[in-house]
Every structure is written in C-alpha cells, then in structure tokens.
Design a protein around this ligand. Structure first.
Ligand code: OXD
Ligand code: MN
Length: 585
C-alpha cells in the first residue's frame, strides 16, 4: 500500500512474526464493513440507532478494565534513564521476552496496519505513528481518537519519522501482559490487553511516554493536560492547560458550562483538549499548545446532565461505550450516576443479568469509558485544527485531596511552580489497577506517563522556564475535592470551577492582589466570585485554609519522594523544598 521502504519492511517483519491470515491497511475507508464483522463476532453490540445513532457497546474481558501500570515498562539501555518512576527492563531483554509471545499470535486472524497522525494534519507540532493490531475494537477506537486518512498515508511516503506501535490481543493472560516502550527505537510493543490505555497506542504510550522522551530531546513538552479557552464578555479568549491524575474530573473541567451568572455576562468556555497537550515555545516567545488527539476517551460513571451536559450530548452519537450496563428493554446504556432509574431488565458490564437492586454489584465498571469524536462536542474550540495551536496564559495542577491542599493557590514564580507540580499528590481512583483512595505523589500527573527519569524531566521543565523567561505562563494548584470532617465536599465543583479559573486569569493579568502564605499566593476570600452561589463564608474560609501541621507532614513526604531521584533531582527543587520548610517554621 505504501512505498516507504522502512515502513514496508517493518510491516513484513511483523507479518512474519505474528503470522496473520491477511493484512489490511486502514486509511479511514471501509470501516463499516469492519464494524459489521465486530457485530457478527459479538465484539460489539449495536445500540438503539434511533436514540443513540452510531453508538455501540463493547464488553472487555473481566481482567482487562484499566491501565496495567505494573505491566508497563520503559526499556532504555541504562536503567537510570527510566528512573524510579518507571518499571525498567533492558530493550534486549524485553524484545527477547516478548518476541515468542507475538510469534504466531495472529494465526487465523487479520493484521490491521493503521497509519495515524497525532495533532492537526500538516501542523509542524504533529507526529506520525503506525499501529499494527489484530483487534477491530482497537481499529475503530483509533479511528475516533487519532487522525486516520489517505492524506496521512501519503505523508508516510516521504518520512521515516514515525512511531512503530505493535499490538496483539493474544490470550489476554495477565502473566504475559506487557506494555513496553522503547524510546531509543521509537517503538511500542503491547500484548495481552485490549484496554484503551494499554492498546490504543497513540494515546498514553505514544502521545505521553514516547512523546515526553522526544520532547526532552527536541525542546518541548508532552503533558497530561486538558486545554480550554475562556472567553470573557469582551470576546477575548485566554487559554489554560490543566493537569490532574486520572479520574479527577479533567474531562468535566475541559467541557464545563459556565454558571448562569457568568453566562448572562457573556462568558463562554471552549474545549481544545481533555487529556493531552503538546506544548512548544513559539516565535513570539510564548508557550503554545495543541491537542494531539481527535476524540475523547472519558470515564463514564458520574457523567450526567448536571456534571457534564456537554459530554452527555457528545456521547449520544458515534460513540463506543466500553463496560457500561446494557438496558435490554430499549437497547440503550446505563451507568452509575446517570440517573436514579437503573434498567429493570439489564446486563451488567460483566455480561450478567442485572437490575440495579439484586446485588451490590455495579452495572457499569467504575472505569467504564466512552470513546467519542471531538467533532461532536458542542463547545469544541474553533482553534482545534489551528496548526499553531493556542497560546497558554496559565498552567493549573491539581489532585484529589480531602485535606491539605486549599481550593487554589499560585506559585511564586516558575521554579516554585515546577516544585508545586512535582510534589502534587492525589488519592488513587479506579483508573489504575490497585488500591483506591491511597495518597500518592503524582508529579505533574505524569508519574505513570513520563517516558524517562523524572529527575531529568523536572530539569527539563526548569530549563523550559528559563527559556520562556517573563513570557512563561503562571502556575497554579487547585483542589476541588476538599471535604469537611464528615467527608462532604466543601466546593460545589463542576461548572462552578470557572469561578476559580476567573481568579487565576485575573492573577495572570496582574489585576488583583493576593495573600502571601507559606505555600504560595492565596486569594483574598472576597476575590473569589460567589455571585449566585450559596456558600457560607466559613466554608470558603475552610476551603482556603492552609493547615501548617499538615503541610509539615507533607514536606517530610516530599523529602522522601525527592530522595528517590538521587542526584538526578535538580538542586533548584531541593532549594524550593527548603524554602517551604523555612516558611512553615
Ligand atoms: C486516561 C487516564 O484514560 O488518565 O485518560 O487513565
Ligand atoms: Mn488521562
């Protein structure tokens, strides 16, 4: 199909190894036929096309419902280059371990070859990949999440610069499940999982792990960040990037609807991306961002007309649902948090009869997902295809913290911002396998996604800050999840988060003063706009409280965490920690 020798010989090598019955190239045409095949095989269920046109349901294997972090490896020649944040094995070891697993793995199956583009086609920001897979589910999801077209195939005729992504479903054995990254070879090998984060190799594997490695070498940043534009009543749009660990409401924030008082004034929010940002310093010296993805792979439970009406509209067509409950009566889907009326005649994500009252079992898996095209989002930014991207005014970091972190604070300067970002912590959720609710430091929300030693990654951030100088975006930390002593959330969240973003943008414009605290600049309570919001003054005070004892414990945990990076941790960050400890004395 293509004449590029490097690509052709890689595909023949994979064909010889995996021994499929046939090889099919994907250029965006003929997907209906593939969908039909998946329906026939039971890999997809066609939903009610009147209510949910173009929507399908997929149920995964029970052991294959989230990213397998313990099975994910960064394979660099030197162990230190992967760093303590990653599982490591030498490339030769993993090639030798995985080759027999791929051997003959596609016998009796079809091998699909998917050329894809991350980022707007033709943008100098964008990068190409080719995924080989034996899964129609992967092909259909990649077609939503990335850009696949004849133009992309054509681009591969004239460049050898593409990431080689090899995926096989095989037996789904947990013991032999591996998601291996070879950053020195621009390659990814994934076997025995069909879960999005493990198998849609354009997303976490390429756009974060491999891209972060490329970004360090090429002088840019690949980040686990949403990108939104906030339009003020004067029609000016300012862009913010925000990083949160998985399942902390990033998709909800990316698609937020302004509270009524803001809508009346003329505020609008535009979504550029909900998960990944690639950021470069442009000719004007500012930081500009593109979203490398073309769709959203969002957590379904909790999505409803209040929490994320835009997502609800978006996923009412052209969407693949994975591991939600099936309502057999009307052939639609249901999930916890959609409404209070679970199907009477339902089938749970496990494929068992389920009616919402028979057991404690959930209808939808807590990490059930939608895959949906960006083009259907009502608030999709008109800048999303702009090859230059959008200029970033502020970078926001956040996590899920019951205590400790206040609603919002601003870093003193860029280096302090890198400190704040590198030490952000969150309570774990269902998006990772393993215990839920454990606090862990998740630097820049990138700990599971940084393709190299995070000590070097922090140094790269500091270096970017130096290059940006006074044009650098301002850095902030937010926490929507603070609770009272009864575990009740203090902040209403969702659309109301715009109130905090407004404070952030006002700080970027230098419009309002702030309070100096040991951890950074805090809002004067009267500068958080509570118009139209019934929130007690004491609640706001509680949201903005910095409990110094808790922060002393936090500083001790940071010290231990930083030590794990040994001499790869930049000295500037040790200094920042010492300043924090000083200020807390
Ligand atoms: C995701 C994740 O799927 O972060 O976006 O797990
Ligand atoms: Mn994510």
């Amino acid at each position: 199909m293509v004449e590029n020798l490097k690509l052709k010989s890689w595909v023949s090598w994979a064909e010889n190894l995996c021994k499929p019955d046939r090889v099919v190239w994907i250029d965006g045409d003929g997907l209906d036929k593939l969908r039909d095949e998946a329906l026939e095989k039971g890999e997809l269920i066609k939903l009610n096309q009147e209510v949910l046109p173009g929507c399908y349901l997929h149920r995964s294997a029970l052991n294959d419902v989230a990213r397998s972090e313990d099975k994910t490896f960064i394979c660099t020649t030197n162990k230190e280059d992967a760093g303590p944040n990653n599982n490591w094995q030498a490339p030769d070891t993993m090639y030798a371990r995985l080759t027999p697993l791929f051997e003959g793995s596609m016998k009796g199956r079809t091998m699909y070859v998917i050329p894809f583009c991350m980022g707007p086609v033709g943008s100098p920001f964008s990068k190409l990949g080719v995924e080989i897979t034996d899964s129609i589910y992967v092909v259909l999801n990649m077609n939503i999440m990335t850009r696949i077209s004849k133009d992309v195939v054509k681009m591969l005729e004239s460049t050898d610069d593409f990431v080689k992504c090899l995926h096989a479903t095989s037996t789904l054995s947990l013991d032999d499940r591996f998601i291996c990254h070879f950053p020195e070879d621009n390659a990814i090998w994934s076997i025995n999982s069909g879960y999005g984060g493990n198998a849609l190799l354009g997303k976490k594997c390429f756009a974060l792990r491999i891209a972060s490695y490329q970004a360090k070498h090429e002088g840019w940043l690949a980040e686990h960040m949403l990108i939104i534009g906030i339009e003020n009543p004067q029609g000016e749009v300012r862009y913010i990037c925000a990083a949160f660990p998985s399942a902390c409401g990033k998709t909800n924030l990316a698609m937020l609807i302004p509270p009524e008082v803001y809508q009346k004034k003329g505020y609008k929010v535009w979504c550029v991306g909900d998960d990944i940002a690639w950021l470069r310093i442009a000719e004007d010296g500012r930081l500009w961002a593109i979203n490398p993805e073309n769709g959203y792979f969002g957590v379904v439970p909790g999505t409803n007309a209040l929490t994320n009406p835009n997502a609800l509209k978006t996923i009412s067509k052209d969407t693949i649902f994975t591991n939600v409950a099936h309502n057999v009566d009307d052939n639609t889907v249901w999930w916890e948090g959609l409404n209070n009326t679970p199907p009477k005649n339902g089938i749970s994500w496990k494929g068992e009869k389920w009616d919402g009252t028979t057991s404690d079992e959930k209808g939808a898996h807590p990490n059930s997902r939608f895959t949906t095209p960006a083009k259907n989002l009502p608030i999709l930014s008109p800048e999303v295809e702009n090859p230059k991207g959008v200029p970033i005014s502020a970078i926001v970091f956040g996590g899920r913290r019951a205590k400790t972190a206040p609603l919002v604070y601003q870093a003193r300067d860029f280096n302090h911002g890198v400190f704040v970002a590198s030490t952000m912590a969150s309570e774990t959720t269902a998006a990772q396998t393993g215990a839920v609710g454990v606090t862990r430091i998740d630097s820049m929300a990138m700990k599971p996604f940084c393709g190299y030693n995070m000590g070097d990654y922090f140094a790269h951030w500091l270096n970017m800050g130096e290059k940006l100088g006074d044009k650098a975006p301002k850095i902030f930390n937010v926490n929507w999840f603070r609770t009272d002593d009864n575990g009740k959330f203090l902040w209403p969240g969702y659309g109301e988060n715009l109130r905090v973003l407004e404070w952030i943008l006002a700080r970027c414009e230098g419009e309002i003063p702030a309070v100096d605290s040991p951890i950074g600049f805090m809002p004067n309570p009267e500068d958080v706009n509570t118009d139209g919001l019934s929130i007690a003054k004491e609640t706001l005070d509680a949201l903005l409280l910095v409990d110094e004892d808790l922060w002393k414990t936090e500083a001790a945990a940071i010290r231990d965490y930083y030590k794990s990076y040994g001499d790869r941790l930049p000295k500037a960050l040790w200094h920042e920690l010492e300043h924090l400890e000083e200020r807390l004395k």
